[in-house]
Write a protein that binds this ligand. Structure first.
Ligand SMILES: Nc1ncnc2c1ncn2[C@@H]1O[C@H](COP(=O)(O)OP(=O)(O)O)[C@@H](O)[C@H]1O
Ligand SMILES: [Mg+2]
Length: 503
């Protein structure tokens, strides 16, 4: 099997290599600066020294090597050479494993696919085995962090998108990059359950205390801690009040001009601290749409007041699409201060990556039909991809995963999605809110005109205003443009028709 022993043998070898559960193929392509999930089909491999073989005209289209092609392979060009010596070495190791003492081929060990070794990870905020299709966004924040370090102006970044598209895990990836780049990073949790001061104080205090240890910036840290102490007073104030007046949103009750001044102090001092360390301060906020308007306004004003402009301070936030309008309405110039990035479903190439990457790593194959079926069922929505891939794996039991396994996985995938993703918020609704959603579902995925929804319910738009309003507040629907209504969860119309077969 060595050398150029004919194309047919080589083809066989390549498939065998790819199926090898030890990841040998990965090593080989990595040695060539390629990625295992790279699309080889439209690259001219003739110039590559691939085990000394002539690959002219080799048809890779039947292989599982579909992937990110051009985008990720930018660093590969016609002059790329796989390292021959390394490949020879790998070949020897591979041969030793594949051939018994007499030179006969040993069958590759079968990988058993079970729930125990299943790599896929559906779940809110659960990091995926491979974060697909977001490399360009990560690159953008890397540039921003470099600019922060050089004291250049940087716009804050807001990721918006439906539930389940991967905003939270993208924030986690960005946080990891920020930490790697030695930024001072603070991430706010549970914005939905706490006011802004309540969410800010604990992680900031922790970060400041860590910074004060043996640092030359003791004065600054103390200044920041005192600004924080006065924010903490706001917290105890609004938490006391919220105990008394439950049901009201606490944020309106705090004094927002105090919050603004305290935040300004805090950001400016943190900016000083970061600047002296040659880094930047990065505040990460998830579920930002839950911030009360006044607190959002205080936060943005504090971030962008004049004296802050030269400071290395940046927010990276995420939220439902409604956040866009919220920021626009609390501050006329708000939208220019932030860069908004829409986070949508993955395209087919990235969907394939999300599935193939983890499979290649485990030495498991999927037939191209099966891969296509996952994309067809999930429409590229990351949460759904994890769910379908997980259940397809469990169905298959041994490699390869076929189209039939994927189809059979659909029942379990949908049951889990209904239980863990769709139904979660649905059960908290009132009967009239459910009926409104059911009427929307009757019309399809949307967005829909309010008039049309009213028509289905035989009602007037005005009369339905309060129901629509409370659904928006509960984050079930939003208004992409005036008079229109859309679901905040992808494929929600299908779910509602399953959950409520008739109106
Ligand atoms: N780029 C991606 N590639 C693969 N899986 C992803 C990707 N982004 C998210 N996921 C998966 O999708 C699910 C939802 O992600 P999450 O960040 O909670 O979404 P959101 O915050 O937008 O609701 C998780 O199971 C996660 O592992
Ligand atoms: Mg999230």
């Amino acid at each position: 099997m060595t050398g150029s022993s004919g194309k047919a043998a080589l083809v066989e070898d390549l498939y065998a290599l790819y199926a090898e559960p030890t990841g040998l193929f990965d090593h080989m392509v990595e040695a060539g600066g390629l990625d295992p999930a790279t699309d080889f089909r439209d690259r001219d491999l003739r110039t590559m020294l691939f085990r000394g073989a002539d690959l002219a005209g080799f048809d890779f289209s039947r292989s599982n090597l579909v992937g990110t092609a051009i985008r990720r392979a930018r660093r590969v060009d016609a002059s790329t050479k796989l390292d021959g010596a390394l490949l020879d070495e790998l070949d020897q190791a591979w041969l030793a494993r594949r051939l018994d003492g007499e030179g006969r081929s040993r069958p590759a060990p079968a990988v058993l696919l079970s729930p125990v070794n299943n790599p896929f990870a559906p779940g809110a905020g659960t990091f995926p085995p491979l974060l697909a299709g977001r490399a360009d966004i990560i690159e953008r924040v890397e540039v921003s962090f470099q600019r922060l370090r050089q004291g250049r102006p940087v716009r804050s970044l807001i990721l918006t998108g439906l539930r389940g598209v991967g905003k939270t895990v993208l924030l986690s990836a960005i946080q990891a990059v920020a930490e790697r780049d030695h930024m001072i990073v603070v991430r706010l949790e549970s914005i939905g359950e706490r006011s802004l001061p309540g969410a800010l104080v604990p992680p900031l205090r922790q970060t400041l205390l860590a910074l004060s240890e043996g640092a030359p910036n003791k004065m600054d840290v103390e200044k920041a801690l005192s600004a924080l102490a006065s924010i903490a007073e706001l917290t105890s104030l609004d938490e006391e009040l919220s105990g008394e007046i439950s049901g009201l949103t606490t944020p309106e009750l705090a004094d927002d001009s105090d919050l603004y001044f305290d935040l300004s102090d805090l950001f400016s001092t943190l900016g000083d601290i970061a600047e002296k360390r040659g880094s930047g301060f990065v505040l990460i906020i998830d579920e930002m749409q839950y911030l009360a308007d006044k607190q959002l306004a205080a936060l943005m004003a504090a971030l962008h007041q004049r004296s802050q402009k030269a400071r290395p301070v940046m927010i990276v936030g995420a939220g439902l699409p409604i956040l866009l309008g919220k920021i626009g309405s609390v501050m006329s110039y708000g939208e220019r201060q932030f860069e908004f990035i829409h986070i949508g479903p993955l395209d087919e190439v990235a969907t394939n990556d999300a599935v193939l990457g983890p499979l290649v790593k485990e030495g498991v194959l999927i037939e191209p039909d099966g891969l296509a079926a996952i994309y067809a069922h999930t429409e590229g929505y990351p949460y759904f991809i994890q769910e379908w891939a997980l259940h397809s794996w469990n169905e298959a039991k041994v490699s390869p995963i076929t189209r039939e396994h994927v189809e059979r996985a659909t029942t379990a995938a949908l049951a889990h999605l209904d239980e863990n993703f769709f139904r979660m918020r649905f059960d908290r609704l009132t009967p009239s809110e459910m009926r409104y959603l059911r009427a929307m579902a009757e019309l399809g995925p949307g967005p829909h005109q309010s008039q049309d929804v009213a028509g289905v319910l035989n009602s007037k738009v005005v009369g339905l205003g309060p129901v629509r309003g409370s659904l928006i507040r509960k984050g079930m629907i939003y208004s992409p443009t005036h008079g229109e209504t859309a679901f905040t969860v992808p494929l929600f119309d299908d779910f509602i028709r399953r959950a409520m077969p008739s109106l």
